[in-house]
Design a protein around this ligand. Sequence first.
Ligand code: AMP
Length: 213
Amino acid sequence: MKIVVIGPPGSGKGTLSKSLVKKFNFVHISTGDMIRAHITRATPLDLEVKEILEKGDLVSDELIMELVEATLHDTSHIPNGYILDGFPRTLPQAEWFVSHFEVDYYIILDISSKTVIERISGRRIHPSSGRIYHIKYTPPKVEERDDETGEALIQREDDLPDKVKNRLEVYKSLTTPIISFIESNSDKCIHINAEQTEQAVVQNILSIIGKTL
Ligand code: AMP
């Protein structure tokens, strides 16, 4: 099965993807993770991309489409399918994607800005494992420390309040318009109320895609 998940930052795309990956052995393809992995060297281009990320702006359509194409042009190595998280995010990306790839579902996560801000501002990450906590909802056992290693947790640079505000504005202006484009070019869109708990969101999706926990 091939699924695309679309939603603002903090709508639970990553968490939802991880649940579905665990259950169905899908491959999780996150363009945000791809970009973060791409900028580990200190070349001028990497530094430029890093700056864009830290501001909460989008990287160029060309770069991101190149990365997605490199991953999706041959899916024979992903027999159980994939969940694509974070792409498409602009109209040119959506036009390119719809004309090149067939998927089973576009899952659109609907959520208010207020909930997004609350979720993101409490998010803490353990950098080396990628484990994610929330200071209120899923706190670590020891404040600001990873449960397994005891190492310090960090707050992602683009999760800081002014960056989150920018990311939401970018989502509203560039990504929201792609939803009506996809809806008019595909009958595979489903809207999910992402204000619900993570478990309810997953159940909701499973009932729609015809699988049960
Ligand atoms: P995410 O983890 O999905 O919030 O992505 C982190 C950052 O990666 C975004 O703020 C963008 O700078 C970049 N990024 C991820 N996906 C895309 C995309 N489809 N188009 C442009 N930039 C992207």
